[in-house]
Design a protein around this ligand. Structure first.
Ligand SMILES: Nc1ncnc2c1ncn2[C@@H]1O[C@H](COP(=O)(O)OP(=O)(O)OP(=O)(O)O)[C@@H](O)[C@H]1O
Length: 404
């Protein structure tokens, strides 16, 4: 359990985090959302004892990080995947973290297997791709088999298969009863991964609730209603009747109607009363992205003011009209890629299924090390020095306050 109470951080005149109170509970994936510069990383650094709060406090299992017994065994974090010594191999990087924290060397090979890097364990990490670096950072976070895990943008740079793997990893870690706190700007991914959300804007708490409640609270549910395409007058008749009954009607691009303000049975009754046949009547909930945008639109510090695609557009030939929306195909696609080739092979055919690792690990090109025994750290080892640990699982916290 992570517990923040009145947490505040000022850097000179700048208040990065203000009076933040929340709990991150075990057994669930808690998403940490907020626009750029809203204070997510600052909050995570304070949780890990890398920045000192100006006011308030934050504890892990009841202790501030620097008072936590065996901190690297209890807390693992990925803050900045690039914070590694590029001249060291992946294995040596993890070995040095393990040694600092009194973690047995055999655990290094276990986590290399979990993240799918055992094949390249001997390679210097400076040659790693973005995704390999993320996997190495995740391996470091898992090293101490901790009960509390923090991940700052863990899917950054990962390919779709890697994103799926991280999603399953987070969920399985939470299912084991661990506390999983993860920040991301990818709303669609958060919607699939997180159970609970903490949303901040300009350093202050904006929402602390389940994903489902968050979407309901920040968006309007609606019904999609479609009448026969061949009888446009039916659509008009229904639209007028729904409006008269107090509903709000908006046309959808494919010819359907988007109705808010009336429950589905009422819409059905209205259609029946007016002799209108329906081809579709379905309930819809807005996406997490829509709900998030609606909540945070007033708390965004950095927003583009120009159309970033403007310079890419071909000038229209004299007399030509801009493209118009095509029903059912979204907005006109000035930059849409060509349609996939018909009848050809599958140039991007998915790879053959690979055996899953302990956490549904990514495909292992070679035999993975033997599966780890259940919780190799069930017996607490000898207590390490009581001085604040260098947060071995935090992937080398180079973003400390002093370093900035
Ligand atoms: N060491 C520092 N010195 C001065 N200002 C800082 C420092 N660290 C963070 N800030 C400021 O505090 C605010 C919050 O930054 P932070 O990195 O925590 O935001 P964030 O939500 O993680 O952003 P992003 O999503 O872009 O990573 C920003 O305005 C940032 O410029």
């Amino acid at each position: 359990m992570i517990e923040a109470s009145g947490l505040t951080k000022r850097y000179g005149d700048k208040t990065a985090v203000y009076n933040l109170s929340f709990q991150v509970r075990p057994g669930t994936v808690t998403g940490f959302l907020g626009p750029n510069g809203s204070g997510k990383s600052t909050t995570m650094r304070m949780i890990l004892g890398l920045d000192n709060p100006t006011a308030g406090r934050v504890t892990i299992c009841g202790h501030p990080y620097d008072k936590l017994p065996n901190a690297p065994r209890q807390v693992g974090a990925l803050l900045d995947a690039k914070a590694v010594h590029g001249g060291r191999s992946a294995r040596n990087h993890l070995l040095s973290l393990a040694q600092l924290s009194g973690i047995p060397a055999r655990r290094v090979d276990e986590v290399l297997g979990v993240v799918g890097l055992h094949e390249v364990a001997g390679r210097r990490s400076k040659g790693f791709s973005l995704g390999m670096g993320q996997r190495l950072g995740i391996a470091a976070a898992l090293l101490g088999d901790p009960q509390v895990l923090l991940f700052d943008e863990p899917v950054n740079g990962l390919d779709p298969e890697g994103i799926l793997w991280v999603r399953n990893l987070m969920k399985s870690l939470a299912a084991e009863g661990r506390t999983v706190f993860v920040s991301s700007h990818l709303m669609s991914e958060m919607a699939l991964t997180a159970d609970h959300l903490i949303v901040i804007g300009r350093g202050q708490l904006m929402a602390d609730m389940s994903v489902r409640d968050f979407i309901s609270a920040n968006s309007a549910d609606f019904a999609r209603v479609r009448t026969p395409d061949t009888e446009p007058q039916q659509r008009e008749k229904l639209s007028a009747a729904i409006t008269e009954a107090g509903g709000h009607v908006l046309p959808e691009q494919d010819g359907a109607l988007r109705v808010t303000g009336l429950p589905l049975p009422r819409i059905s009754d209205i259609a029946h009363d007016h002799d209108v046949r329906l081809w579709e009547l379905s309930p819809h909930q807005a996406s997490l992205e829509e709900a998030y945008m609606r909540l945070t639109q007033g708390a965004v510090d950095y927003r583009s003011t120009i159309d970033q695609k403007e310079g890419l557009q071909q000038p229209l030939p004299p007399g030509a009209q801009p493209p118009v929306p095509v029903p059912g195909q979204g907005q006109p696609g000035w930059y849409a890629p060509p349609p996939p080739q018909q009848g050809g092979g599958q140039p991007f055919a998915p790879p053959q299924a690979a055996p899953a690792g302990p956490y549904g690990a990514p495909p292992a090109p070679a035999a993975a090390p033997a599966a780890p025994a259940a919780n190799p750290y069930a017996q607490p080892p000898q207590a390490p020095p009581s001085a604040p640990q260098p947060a071995a699982p935090s992937a080398e916290p180079t973003k400390s306050e002093d370093a900035r």
